[in-house]
Design a protein around this ligand. Structure first.
Ligand SMILES: [Zn+2]
Length: 431
């Protein structure tokens, strides 16, 4: 039998992807091919070590590979993606080694960043279909209290054993499905950013995701299709060098809730479950745009705030103090007032019907998306992921502050309609 390999688009950081039943058996070959002569350094947590790490170590030793060391994080409580762990891990990586991340989520992000701190390329051995980050450039980490994407190269090689992916707990697969479904409203967010001239759509990147998303999500039980979609999402981020193709307002909500330390029954909530609830909120806000003409909304638009007014409004939203210093700077940096705001509103009015059309083509209606998430075993209401109504709504408004990325939140805020749209649309999620 030869190594099962799936094609990777050309020109990316990722060069080799072995995917299939029993693919772990080919890990020694993957490493020899992509990192000739480099000793392996294995990184796992207690759980991923049990399901794949032990076997990986045995296989490597049996194949005569050199293992330079290993680091196993505790399996419980759930590991946090703190930047300090990357620095700690980087210290342990010997020069010239190849770090091997055994895990798909936090372990992968920590290893990815640690490797890049030491100028090393790494190999990822995913253990669950739970997130799209395993093929992405950049790691989602908490740096000085702010959740952000730290730039670092994607894995040079991956080795994903379908037999191992299939043994992951079902809620991890559900979480991955929800993360994949976010690409639907994230696409609509890009349509909005393109329409207002903030961020033009790049066609090749767009096609890779938006051209295939309906196929990937068409069967919620098809693990290979979902995994394929999540992998492609990572590639799209490598191509674009940014997470825009894979992430819109729904991801921003989840970043805010994460910075607030969201837990349910004392446990962290998975990434997919947060963005799953988030995507429903963002879908509803987009439906507000679809349901009204610009002229109809004009009388409802609040006048914009001046610099001082906006500054005070932001301070009020950030008063919990758990978001680091970056959001205030980001939010003030993109604030429009006076003439600039008037121009923006005038532009939005002109492109309104065209933008509505673009959003409508992308968006899956709220009821459909909710039913799909439910059928896949994902939560659909804020309370199910430990959010009070107040924290849910506060997160929606605060999410607009934390990134430069233009989304439905910026569109509604700039029009002075964010509050009214939230009141009119979001109550169905918590009534
Ligand atoms: Zn995601």
């Amino acid at each position: 039998m030869s190594m099962p390999v799936i094609p990777v688009p050309a020109g990316l950081d990722t060069e080799l992807f072995s995917l299939g039943n029993g693919a772990l058996n080919y890990l020694p070959e993957v490493l020899a091919k992509s990192f000739p002569g480099s000793p392996a350094f294995l990184v796992a947590d207690g759980n991923t070590w049990r399901v794949a790490g032990e076997k990986a170590e045995k296989l490597l030793l049996a194949a005569g590979a050199v293992i330079a060391g290993k680091y196993i994080f505790p399996g419980t409580p759930r590991l946090h993606p703190d930047y300090e762990y990357c620095e700690m891990l980087a210290e342990k990586l010997p020069a010239g080694c190849v770090p091997v991340a055994i895990g798909s989520g936090v372990i992968n992000d920590l290893t990815k960043c640690a490797a890049s701190l030491k100028n090393l390329r790494y190999c990822c051995v995913p253990t669950a279909c739970s997130v799209d980050g395993f093929t992405a450039a950049g790691a989602a980490l908490v740096v000085n209290g702010t959740k952000k994407t730290v730039k670092c190269p994607a894995p040079k090689a991956l080795c994903a054993d379908v037999d191992i992916l299939a043994t992951a707990p079902p809620e991890m697969f559900a979480s991955g499905f929800a993360d994949l479904l976010t690409k639907v409203p994230a696409g609509a967010d890009w349509v909005i950013a393109d329409a207002v001239g903030e961020e033009p759509i790049r066609r090749d990147v767009w096609e890779l995701i938006q051209g295939n998303i309906r196929k990937w999500i068409s069967d919620k039980d098809d693990m290979l299709a979902v995994f394929d979609g999540l992998a492609a999402t990572g590639y799209s981020m490598q191509m674009y060098q940014e997470s825009r193709p894979a992430s819109g307002a729904e991801h921003l909500f989840s970043h805010v809730w994460e910075m607030e330390g969201l837990t349910r029954d004392g446990e962290d909530v998975s990434h997919g479950f947060k963005v799953g609830v988030g995507l429903l909120a963002s879908t509803l806000l987009m439906e507000y745009i679809l349901e009204h003409s610009f002229e109809e909304l004009q009388p409802l638009m609040k006048p914009g705030l001046n610099e001082a007014g906006r500054s005070a409004e932001i301070d009020e939203l950030l008063k919990k103090g758990c978001y680091g210093s970056a959001p205030k700077i980001t939010a003030m940096g993109k604030h429009l007032s006076g003439e600039a705001l008037a121009k923006r509103r005038e532009l939005i009015g002109r492109i309104w019907p065209e933008m509505q059309k673009g959003i409508r083509e992308r968006l899956m209606p709220y009821h459909e998306a909710k039913a799909l998430l439910k059928s896949a075993g994902c939560p659909t209401e804020p309370a199910e992921i430990g959010l009070s109504t107040e924290q849910f709504l506060h997160g929606i408004k605060t999410a607009q502050l934390i990134r430069h990325r233009y989304t439905i939140l910026d569109l509604l805020y700039e029009l002075g309609l964010l509050d009214i749209a939230m009141t009119e649309k979001l109550a169905v999620m918590y009534r």
